[in-house]
Design a binder for this molecule. Structure first.
Ligand code: ATP
Ligand code: MG
Length: 477
């Protein structure tokens, strides 16, 4: 099982976080709403102001044109920019200006009088004076009357209103950003705590041992009356179930391990007795019929093999149930040297090569168990390869590790067991086992893996026909 490295929770407003998305979307909604509101308010104001201006134009036209001393009308005071032109006589090309700002030139006035009479005013530019709202009508005497008022009466208040609305809109957007941030961060806090708890659980080693799950979300975060609380409550319940299941698995594993350990232990005494009696009887082999002595020799060999198997099982059961090693500073160089000497004596037909570094390599190790590891690898290189095979045992110190490798140029580990060669009872098919002398149990590499793991090290296999290397790495202080 791969245990993921705990991922630190992202900052609340980090890119891609839910909080950031919620805050940005809320702010965008508020921005759209306030901008739309300002726009439609401005539109309404424009229409109201323009209607007011048009009303003033109508009343300016309805009022009889001001004579030289008729006084100023209250609706159109002097300086309001009113332009008032009246045709001298129906059909005449001459117009009198009854009221006009000084800046109105004759050419500019001429552009106003060519407009057709209409019920509604039009907006047009007047040379030198800017935009004007102009109403042209025919009076009861058939004369064309022109009244024009500056459009700034609409534009100026509207600009002021837009400036104020713009300021308020910006304020509302800023306020909604800050407010949404506060609210979203507060609302998501329980979810973040839940995520932190889940991350913590994900980093626990649950694959083996008595997996205890000390993590739970608090009662406040597991309140089923809200959405996040329901997830929290379900999460806690799920952890309860997982913990119960892990405890059940651990109990059953312990029972099996205990059974194997007990059974192996109980088998030792009767096996010792069988071997003892067999050896005793074989001392007088001459007096026995040949069949009986052959059978006794087989019993002797098989009981030896069974004893080795029982010892292996007992060792594996011990390693499974916890650290069963006596770790001491160990001279690995000497250990490897002795193991290869032993292999050379056991397999004189193989070629044994030793490649040791100049300096002594030390490791914190259980000397007997680490010896067993190297001896098992060397035994495999002897038993599972033909005579004449060259076996190179190499020792190096790499960083803070002692690295022992055993390579041979034999036929290689059969492909069908290559992936699970370190599992218990992993062996090639029966015919090959018989070729190897029939003494194979398939526990040798399982013991190698268990002992190396108990040292806090690793063992790997690299195998192809003609080239097989087992590499063991253990911490070297
Ligand atoms: N150096 C090697 N060359 C080829 N095959 C190998 C080599 N080492 C191991 N194997 C294969 O891996 C299998 C498992 O090895 P392992 O040491 O676990 O069991 P074993 O040697 O069969 O029995 P045991 O070691 O318990 O007596 C062997 O049966 C053999 O097929
Ligand atoms: Mg073996």
């Amino acid at each position: 099982m791969t245990i993921p490295v705990p991922v630190p929770p992202p900052r609340p407003m980090a890119r891609g976080t839910l909080a950031r998305r919620l805050v940005l979307r809320t702010t965008a909604l508020v921005a759209i709403a306030t901008i739309a509101l300002s726009f439609f308010t401005a539109l309404a104001s424009f229409q109201i102001l323009q209607a007011q201006l048009d009303g003033r134009l109508q009343s300016a036209l309805n009022a009889s044109p001001r004579g030289p001393d008729s006084g100023t009308k209250p609706g159109d005071p002097e300086g309001s920019g009113l332009i008032r032109l009246v045709q001298r006589a129906p059909g005449s090309g001459l117009f009198d200006s009854t009221q006009a700002p000084d800046a109105l030139t004759a050419d500019a006035a001429a552009t106003l009088v060519v407009l057709d009479p209409a019920d509604t005013p039009v907006t047009m530019g007047v040379e030198g004076l800017g935009l004007y709202r102009v109403l042209v009508k025919v009076d009861q005497r058939g004369r064309i009357n022109v009244a024009a008022l500056p459009f700034s009466a609409v534009i100026t208040p509207l600009t002021r209103q837009l400036l104020i609305a713009g300021g308020l809109t910006l304020g509302a957007i800023a306020l909604s950003f800050v407010g949404a941030r506060q609210v979203v961060e507060r609302s998501l806090r329980p979810l973040n705590r839940l995520a932190a708890a889940a991350t913590e659980v994900a980093s626990l080693p649950l694959s083996s041992g008595d997996a205890h799950l000390p993590v739970r979300v608090t009662a406040a975060d597991a309140d089923p009356s809200n959405e996040v609380g329901r997830v929290g409550a379900a999460f806690n319940r799920m952890l309860d179930h997982v913990e119960a299941a892990l405890a059940a698995r651990h109990r059953s594993e312990t029972r099996v391990r205990q059974f194997v350990a007990d059974a192996s232990h109980e088998l030792r005494n009767p096996l010792a007795a069988i071997r003892g009696y067999t050896e005793l009887t074989l001392r007088d082999a001459d007096t026995l019929p040949p069949d009986a002595s052959h059978a006794l020799e087989r019993i002797d060999a098989e009981s030896d093999r069974m004893s080795a198997l029982v010892e292996d099982l007992l060792l594996l059961a011990r390693l499974d149930s916890g650290p069963a090693l006596d770790l001491q500073p160990t001279d690995v160089t000497e250990l490897v040297l002795n193991a290869v000497d032993g292999a050379r004596a056991a397999g004189p037909q193989h070629s044994w090569v030793l490649d040791l570094p100049d300096e002594i390599v030390m490791a914190r190790a259980d000397q007997h168990r680490l010896y067993q590891v190297v001896a098992n690898l060397l035994a495999n290189a002897r038993v599972h390869t033909p005579p004449g095979t060259r076996v190179v045992t190499r020792l190096r110190r790499e960083g803070d590790q002692a690295v022992i490798s055993v390579s041979d140029n034999g036929p290689g580990v059969p492909p069908e067991i290559r992936d699970n060669v370190f599992e218990r009872f992993a062996r090639a098919d029966a015919s090959r086992v018989r070729q190897a002398g029939g003494s194979s149990t398939g526990l040798g590499l399982a013991i190698v893996a268990a002992v190396v793991a108990a040292h806090g090290g690793t063992v790997t296999l690299d195998s192809a026909p003609g080239h097989t290397t087992f590499t063991v790495r253990v911490p070297s202080p």
